[in-house]
Design a protein around this ligand. Sequence first.
Ligand SMILES: C[S@@+](CC[C@H](N)C(=O)[O-])C[C@H]1O[C@@H](n2cnc3c(N)ncnc32)[C@H](O)[C@@H]1O
Length: 211
Amino acid sequence: MEIKQRKLNAYTEAHSSPPDSVLLELERETNFKALSPQMISGPIQGQLLYFLSSMLQPKSILEVGTFTGYATICLARGLAKGGSMHTIEVNEELESIIRKYIAKAGLTEQIQLHMGDARKIIPSIDGDFDLILIDAAKKDNAAYFDILIDRLRPGGLMIADNVLWDGKVTQVEKDKKTKMIDDFNKKIQADDRVENLILPIRDGILVIRKL
Ligand SMILES: C[S@@+](CC[C@H](N)C(=O)[O-])C[C@H]1O[C@@H](n2cnc3c(N)ncnc32)[C@H](O)[C@@H]1O
């Protein structure tokens, strides 16, 4: 990462509401124990997700790709009173840390954790959603969008992470993975059922609003 970008990130974090002790401890434990800890949402993205969720006050949230549960906690904190959240994670090694921090955040009642492959689990979850975060394998983004768009309520948001892929989506010659991400962004851009906005925060956050 460039020095200028690193400084901007530090400044941005220093001038945004800080994470509470639960999120700080979760980030520390993730860095210490999990493989690829950089996958965590972290303070800025987490705060953005919390803001979007709080503004929407969803009754029902779905997250695909829990990792250690950082975004899960941020999103669930915006739930409407009596609302609930489903989150799906395939890596069983992460289950204990996810459950530990959901409990520390006092969200055990609101959040249902499903361990397994999201492509198999999604059809077994009943109901529609007001807010969906797609944050698993990037190759599956288009498939998750297709499965879930009919289950997103009008006015609801679907959010996808890493859509700028370290800026590589702007390159003329794209490798296979970059092309897949670019194709996903183009697919959403062409879909007249939704409005969409890419926020150039971190690795690019695509916010899709269902009309
Ligand atoms: C980028 S991380 C998610 C970050 C997390 N949302 C956060 O905010 O910290 C992606 C996660 O998706 C999980 N994943 C990948 N494919 C999956 C699948 N088919 N079903 C469920 N989880 C999956 C990975 O194991 C990994 O933990």
